[in-house]
Structure formats: C-alpha cells, structure tokens
Design a binder for this molecule. Sequence first.
Ligand code: ATP
Ligand code: LTN
Length: 324
Amino acid sequence: MKRIFSGVQPTNNIHIGNYLGAIKNWVELQKDYECIFCVVDLHAITVYQKPETLRQNILDIAKTYIALGVDPRHTIIFVQSDVKEHAELAWILNSIAKIGEMERMTQFKDKAKQHKENINMGLFDYPVLMASDILLYDTEAVPVGEDQKQHLELTRDLAMRFNKLYGDTFTVPKPIIKKEGARILGLDDPDKKMSKSSPSAMNYVSLLDAPEIAAKKIMKAVTDSGSEVKSGKDKPALTNLLTIYSLMTGRSVKEIEIEYAGKGYGDFKKGLAEIVSDFLADFQRKFNATNDNEIRELLSVNANKARVLAEKKMDQVKRKIGLK
Ligand code: ATP
Ligand code: LTN
C-alpha cells in the first residue's frame, strides 16, 4: 500500500482552514493509503512557544486528529520530537540544501516579516526539517494546503539531488492539494489565507471556539459588494464562504447558490453560521471525550512504530554517505 505523511504544528488554535484544507483530506485518504500523521512540535518552536502551552497543544493536536476522524487503529499518529531521526536527517540534508533556494521560500519571508525580533536559523531551516519528515518514511504523497506547495517542491528537489549524489535512497513524494479548500481565506481579510497566527481572532474560526462565538464570526465576515449569493473571481469573500459551506455539507456550490437565489447575504450567513456551529459542537463533544492519558499512551506506542521505520532509513542514509 502506498504511504502518505502529513503534519500540523501545535501552535495557537487549529482552525477550519486547517481542517478543510488538510485534515479532512487525510480522513478520506485513510481508506486507500497507509498513513502517518505527525504533530510537528520541532517546527512549532521556530516561533517562541510558552513551554506549558506547547505541552498542552501537542496533546490537543493529537486529540484533534482523532476527533476529526483519523483512526488511530490504522494510522500512526505520533509526535515529531519523539523520533530523533527527524532532526538528524535534517542536519544531513542541510549539507545539500542551497542558501539561495532557501531564501526563495515565501513562508520564511512572511514569517520573517511577522517575527522581526526573532528571525532565527530554525525558521530559515524549517523547510529542510519538513523534507526530512517526509523523506524518512518513503512517503509517496503528502496531503497539504496550497501554502505548502513550495516546500513540497523543495522536498522533491532535495530527494532527487541526494539520489543523484549517493544513489537511489529516497522516494520522491508528490503533493496532494485538493482544488476546493486548499486555500481558505481569512474571514476578516479575503486577500490572505486564514491563518492561526493572524493578529485578529476574527480572521479564523478555531475548532475550539464556542459555537456561538463561531456563529458571530461568520455573521461578521467581510462580504463583497452587491447582494447576490454567487461565487466568482469578482467575489472572493463570497466564494470563500460558499467553499466553506460546500465542504462542510458535501453539497456543490451551484446547489447552494440556487438555494439562496433571491435571498441576501444575511440569510446565507445565517445558514452557514448554523452549519459551522453544529459542526463545532459535534467536534468538541468528541474532543472532550478523549482522555489525555490514553492519548499519551497512544503517542508513545506510535512513536515506537515510527522510530522503527525512521531508524532503518537513517541507517541506509548513513551508509550511503560514508558515515557508517
Ligand atoms: P500559520 O498560518 O500560523 O503559519 P497554519 O494555519 O498554516 O499556521 P500549519 O500547522 O502550518 O497551520 O498548517 C497545517 C495544515 O493546514 C497544512 O497542510 C496547511 O497547508 C493547511 N492550511 C493552513 N492554512 C490553510 C488555509 N487557510 N486553507 C487551507 N489549508 C490551510
Ligand atoms: N510545514 C507544514 C507542517 C509540516 C508538514 C510536514 C506537512 C511539517 N512537516 C510534513 C506535511 C508533511 C505546515 O503546514 N506549515
């Protein structure tokens, strides 16, 4: 069976953009692939995290995967820092990653602007660590949102470069980026992607927002000029809300447009607010029903499973380059 790998950082609040752009697809892909889903905590610390908050966020992301439908009986869910080979391979790949190609990474440029006081080496090296995550497990495909496309291209380049220098070692992975939902936009600013690190909480609906708060955020979401509930290039805000509606309900955008024909933005937003708040109430019920200690135990067992695969690949890598 082909293998997929993906991950989310345990930072701030995971939002419906992360769900619709990434985790919803993971859940669907579980049927056809052997899956490994990681809580990428070493990535998270490239921006300062309070230790106590980070510790809880790591557990919460694992709980979130499960509450959203990732099945821990068939899928390996584990924490990145529990498998030291991720950092080890990153160091090795650093020696074939070029400064020039790293400087072109748009996420680095954006984050460097956001965190002027802490433009650290980890932030710069973030994509090499991500490549290591993926390449350690002979990953065939990586389901992510649109914003990670460039990092996937770098991962492919590094894999091919390594294979050329040292002989066939890494599987060259493909991205899986769905057309719909790959870039959910900010509710308060439909020019930019919905982001956990947005300065305003009105930008996103967090999966842990109280359903009434989420409903308020949807009602206050920016809309386009005009009054017709229609998607289109000239209506980025409405298109975004229609995409959310469509992905949450499994109904097509066309069908939803027909349902709201002749009604205004207010009715449409009310409908969407109800759908989103029902979804959150259901998610939060499942999230709160998971037990922290059981999750800790599961993560420890799964780290052992991931470690077996990672150690084998590292051994191969070290032999190829003459470290063994
Ligand atoms: P930040 O915006 O603070 O950098 P983030 O919201 O991008 O954080 P990550 O943990 O970096 O969160 O991303 C987790 C997954 O969610 C990735 O696959 C990413 O591509 C996807 N993703 C993030 N934001 C969106 C979005 N607005 N729309 C669709 N997918 C998204
Ligand atoms: N950089 C990714 C998170 C991430 C990831 C990965 C995704 C780290 N390692 C490996 C897929 C595969 C992000 O979403 N910001």
